[in-house]
Structures are given as structure tokens and as C-alpha cells.
Ligand binder design. Sequence first.
Ligand SMILES: Nc1ncnc2c1ncn2[C@@H]1O[C@H](COP(=O)(O)OP(=O)(O)OP(=O)(O)O)[C@@H](O)[C@H]1O
Ligand SMILES: [Mg+2]
Length: 219
Amino acid sequence: MGLSIHHVNKSFGEPPHRVLKDINIDIDSGEFVAISGKSGSGKTTLLYILSTLDDPTSGEVKIDGVNPYTMSTKDIHEFRNAHIGFIFQFHYLLPELSAIENILLPARKHDLHRQKYSRAEELMNQFGLTNKNDRLPSQLSGGEQQRVAIARSLIMEPKYLFADEPTGNLDSANGLVVMDLLKKINREQQTTVVLVTHETDYAEMTSRIINLVDGEVVP
Ligand SMILES: Nc1ncnc2c1ncn2[C@@H]1O[C@H](COP(=O)(O)OP(=O)(O)OP(=O)(O)O)[C@@H](O)[C@H]1O
Ligand SMILES: [Mg+2]
């Protein structure tokens, strides 16, 4: 179980520009790993490949022992919905839905929103959003919106959580709140967490740092 990628290369454009170069990474179930590196080093590209959102130009990707790119479109969608949570730098909450409706959106896709309602409320309480169920995103602070987005990523209790600069738009107090939540999810639910960050302080809060320099993993 876990994630593994071997001899992965990724190129964009014509002539091809090589963005990831012979990447080999194994991540065990339950690990909390940071992908660190400067802007343009390939962090987001790598996260997309690890999380089944994009395919490599060459090389092998396995999640729970299966190559996601051999699955049918339907199967891969189901796999993602059931097992993977995503947190993006810009949270993409739906502006016309309330906080709790946004959290329940992934459950709604499976017609599980009624069963998941109390779990959504529990997450809101844990994340310091008590009594804010009915607020629209525009009526929440940036930090609160990001916590709603994290709660949404967790509503289906994913085995894997991929987060791309989730602290990017937050001040340091809110950034630390988000890091504490990620640590707690990893510790208490044994969720495998892969965090992209260019901030060394945050990377050091994880149990392993993968350093990217110009598309290569360096020690
Ligand atoms: N779809 C694409 N088409 C062409 N080039 C791309 C594409 N996506 C990324 N790149 C290029 O690949 C390189 C790595 O991009 P990536 O987004 O992975 O970097 P990053 O480390 O996440 O940077 P940042 O910290 O700024 O988010 C960059 O040079 C970028 O311009
Ligand atoms: Mg990026």
C-alpha cells in the first residue's frame, strides 16, 4: 500500500521542456511528507502526478499497487472520490453554497450528504467554525474559508490527502492552525498526507522532506 513513482519524467510543450527528471519516490501509508523547493522547481507538477490528476510523460506510478492510468475514467473518478482528498492553494469553495453545504459537496456526489451531516458539523467544531454552518464563503475570513476547504477534503475520510500550499494565502497564525490540523489528521486518522510548501518552517513540521531543485530530487 502507499504511493510509488519510478523513473518518472514530465515534459511540457513542443519542443519538450523537461520539468521532472527521473523522479523515484516511495511514500508509505500513514506518512506525512513535504515536497519542498523554489518556485518553478516542479512541486505542483509532481503533486498532480502523485495524486492521479496528471500522467507522467514516462515512468511508472502506483497508488495502492495499481497504476491509475490503466484504470477506466469511471474507475479513476470513483477511486479519487472515495480515497483522495485535495486541498488547493486557492480553495475553490462554491460562492453560492453555505460553509456546511460546501463541506458536504463530495458526499452529495454519492448521495451520502444526509449520513455525513453530523460528521460535517463535527469537523466544523474541530476547526473552530462552530455556529458558522450557514455562512457563505464571502462572509468568512480567508483562514476560515481555508479551514472549510480542508473540512471538505476530509468529509469522505480519504486515505490520501494532497495539499498544494494550503498555507499560501494565510498569515502565520492561521498557517500554524492549518499545519496543526494536517498533523492531527495524519496522527489520528492515519491519513497519508503529502504537502507542497516552499516554506521551510512548515516543511520541517512533517516527518520527511522531499527537496526538488529544477525538477530533480536532491538530498
Ligand atoms: N501545463 C503546463 N504547460 C507548460 N509548462 C508548464 C505547465 N505546468 C507547469 N509548467 C512549467 O513547469 C515548471 C514547474 O511548474 P510547477 O507548477 O510544477 O512549479 P512549482 O514548483 O509548483 O512552482 P510554484 O512554487 O511557483 O507553485 C515551470 O517552469 C512551469 O512553467
Ligand atoms: Mg506550485
